[in-house]
Design a protein around this ligand. Structure first.
Ligand code: ACM
Ligand code: ZN
Length: 533
C-alpha cells in the first residue's frame, strides 16, 4: 500500500519522469542544450506527420512503443492544446540526409532535408531513450541538434554465399544498419561456394550452383563434413528485401563477383570455363584457379543475361561486379583467351571494360574491388579499396570515386582478440574496436581533390567461418558502432573514450532486439560460457 502511495504521488509531482540522454551513436555534428523546460512525453502526445512521411511516422510510433510502452497516435491535422512530435521536410536543408531535431516544452520537431534526414532524426530520438523505460512520462531536455553525415556511402557488407542467411535474418541484419544510420547494404550474392540469387534465364545457377555437397572442416583441412549445404533467394524474396531496406532508406547494392570467384556458376554451366570442366561447387575457402573464360562470347551473353535480371531486381544505381582475386593461369593456357586482341589492356581489363560498357549503357555505375584498378579500370568506375587504404588513395588521386574498406580496419570477419584460442570463430587477423574507430578514410596526406573522391566507408563480413546468425552478430557488434562514427561523425568530434560511454548505452538496444555482441571491451560482462551461439 505504501509503495502504491509513493508511486502515485511520485507521478503527480513528476518525480518519476525519466530524462533521456543525447549521448547517441553515431555522434551528431552539433548538440546545443537550450534553456527552458523539457518536453514531457506521455500518452497524450501525438505524432504530426507532413506530406510523404507516413512511413517515418510509423517507425517513430513503433520505436516509442517498444521503448516506452506508449502508443501515440499519428495525425495529419494540427489541433489546439495537443503537444506534438512533428515530422517535416524542408527544402532549405543543404544536405538531403541531414536533419534538425529541436526540443522545447511545447513540441519536438524533426525537420529533414528529405525523408532520409527525417529518418535519421528519428533514429537519434530513438537512441536518446533508454531501454526498459516503463515510466509513464519521459522527459526530453530542451535542445537543438543539427546533424548531417560526413560520407554519402555508409555501407555494410554481408557474404551470403559461403554461408546462407534466411530472408528473415537478412532483414534483422538490415535493421542493424538502420540503427547505425547506414544507407548501403552490400549484398555478396555469388561466390565459389554457392550461387544465391535466382536467374530465370540460367536456371542451373540455383539448381546446381546453390548447393555444395560438403564443406571443409576448419580452415581448408583434408576433412570434409560431406553434409550437403545450400540455399538461395528467389527474385521475389530479393525484391522483398530491397523494399524492406528502402523503407529504412537503405540501398541494396548487389555484388556478382566476376570473372573470378565463379566456380558455382562454372559447376552449373561448365562451358563458361576455359577447360570446360567438370567443376564442382567449392568445398574449400580461398581462391580457385578456375574462372570465367574471357575469350568465349557465350560468357558475355551469360554476364549480360545475369546483369539484366539483376538490374530488374535491384534499382540501385551502383552494381558491384567484384573483380578481386582472379588468377590468370587458365587464361594463359586457353586458346580462346589467347586469341583475344587486348592491345595494352590485361585480359581482366578487357572483361571489365565489356561489363562496364553494358552496365553504363543501362545507366548504372560499376563498382569493383581494387584489383580492377590494376587492370585498366574505366574512368567512371568506382573502386572499393580492400587491400589497405593505399589502392583507394591512388585511385582517388587518379579521379576515381572510392569507398574505403581496408582489411586492417574494416574486415569484421577478423578477430577481436589477439588470442585466437579465446574466440568462437576460426577467422584470422586482428581488428579490435579501437582500431576500427581510428580509421581516417580521407587523411590530410591526400590532395584536396582526391579527398573529395573518397565517398564513403564500409565494413565487410565474410562468412566462411560464420556458421550461425549469432556469430554474424558477434563479429559485427560492437565494431559496427565504431564504423558508424567513422562514416557519420566528423574527425574533430571523435573521441574514443567518450564513444565507449555512448556505446555502452547503445548495447541495451542490442539486448532489446536480441543481437549477440562481443564483450571484449566490457570484461565484466563476459560469461564463462560465452561461446554459446
Ligand atoms: C576480398 O576480400 N577478396 C575482396
Ligand atoms: Zn579461356
Amino acid at each position: 500500500m505504501r509503495k502504491i502511495f509513493v508511486v502515485f504521488f511520485g507521478l503527480i509531482l513528476g518525480v518519476h519522469a525519466k530524462a533521456v540522454s543525447y549521448d547517441v551513436v553515431p555522434l551528431p555534428q552539433s548538440i546545443q542544450q537550450q534553456k527552458g523546460e523539457p518536453f514531457q512525453l506521455n500518452d497524450r502526445v501525438q505524432i504530426l506527420v507532413g506530406e510523404g512521411l507516413q512511413g517515418e511516422a510509423t517507425f517513430l510510433q513503433v520505436y516509442l512503443r517498444e521503448l516506452t510502452g506508449l502508443q501515440l497516435s499519428v495525425s495529419r491535422k494540427r489541433e489546439k492544446k495537443v503537444r506534438y512530435i512533428e515530422l517535416a521536410v524542408s527544402s532549405e536543408s543543404k544536405d538531403s540526409e541531414g536533419y534538425v531535431l529541436s526540443v522545447s516544452k511545447e513540441r519536438i520537431s524533426i525537420t529533414g532535408g528529405s525523408g532520409a534526414g527525417v529518418f535519421y532524426g528519428i533514429q537519434t530520438l530513438r537512441k536518446a531513450l533508454s531501454v526498459g523505460n516503463n515510466t509513464p512520462v519521459t522527459e526530453f531536455p530542451a535542445v537543438v541538434i543539427t546533424d548531417a553525415p560526413r560520407f554519402s556511402w555508409r555501407g555494410m557488407h554481408l557474404d551470403c554465399s559461403r554461408h546462407f542467411f534466411s530472408v528473415e535474418y537478412v532483414k534483422k541484419f538490415i535493421d542493424l544498419l538502420a540503427l547505425h544510420n547506414m544507407n548501403t547494404f552490400h549484398w555478396h550474392l555469388t561466390d565459389d561456394q554457392g550461387w544465391r540469387i535466382e536467374i530465370k534465364k540460367w536456371p542451373r545457377l540455383i539448381e546446381v550452383g546453390a548447393k555444395r555437397s560438403g564443406t571443409t572442416v576448419g580452415i581448408n583441412s583434408d576433412l570434409d563434413d560431406q553434409i550437403p549445404y545450400g540455399g538461395y533467394y528467389s527474385q521475389e524474396e530479393a525484391r522483398n528485401i530491397v523494399r524492406y531496406a528502402a523503407e529504412r532508406h537503405i540501398t541494396v547494392v548487389p555484388e556478382i563477383d566476376m570473372p573470378g570467384h565463379m566456380l558455382a556458376a562454372l559447376a552449373s554451366y561448365p562451358e563458361l570455363g576455359c577447360t570446360g570442366g567438370p567443376y564442382q561447387v567449392g568445398h574449400y575457402w580461398g581462391v580457385y584457379k578456375d574462372v570465367l573464360c574471357v575469350g568465349n562470347p557465350k560468357v558475355y551473353q551469360f554476364v549480360e543475361d545475369v546483369l539484366t535480371e539483376i538490374m530488374e531486381i535491384f534499382p540501385s544505381e551502383v552494381i558491384h561486379i567484384g573483380g578481386d582475386e582472379t588468377p590468370t593461369e587458365k587464361w594463359e593456357q586457353c586458346a580462346k583467351c589467347q586469341a583475344l586482341d587486348i592491345r595494352d589492356a590485361t585480359l581482366q581489363g578487357y572483361f571489365t571494360q565489356k561489363v562496364f560498357d553494358f552496365l553504363t549503357s543501362h545507366h548504372r555505375r560499376v563498382l569493383g574491388w581494387d584489383e580492377i584498378l590494376e587492370n585498366h579500370a574505366p574512368k567512371d568506375a568506382m573502386i572499393m579499396s580492400w587491400r589497405g587504404t593505399e589502392p583507394g588513395a591512388k585511385a582517388a588521386e587518379l579521379g576515381y570515386d572510392v569507398i574505403m574498406s581496408p582489411t586492417t580496419f574494416c574486415y569484421f570477419d577478423y578477430l577481436q582478440s589477439e588470442d585466437a584460442m579465446f574466440e568462437p570463430t576460426r577467422c584470422g587477423g586482428y581488428v579490435p574496436v579501437d582500431k576500427v574507430y581510428s580509421l581516417e578514410p580521407a587523411p590530410d596526406s591526400l590532395s584536396i581533390k582526391a579527398r573529395k573522391h573518397i565517398i564513403g566507408v564500409q565494413a565487410n563480413l565474410w562468412s566462411e567461418h560464420l556458421t550461425t546468425e549469432g556469430l554474424v552478430e558477434y563479429q559485427a557488434l560492437p565494431r559496427m558502432s565504431a564504423l558508424a562514427e567513422v562514416q557519420w561523425s566528423f574527425p574533430e568530434n571523435k573521441d574514443y573514450q567518450a564513444f565507449l560511454q555512448r556505446l555502452t548505452r547503445l548495447t541495451s538496444f542490442f539486448e532489446l532486439y536480441d543481437y549477440q555482441y562481443a564483450k571484449h571491451i566490457w570484461p565484466e560482462r563476459q560469461l564463462p560460457n560465452r561461446w554459446q551461439f
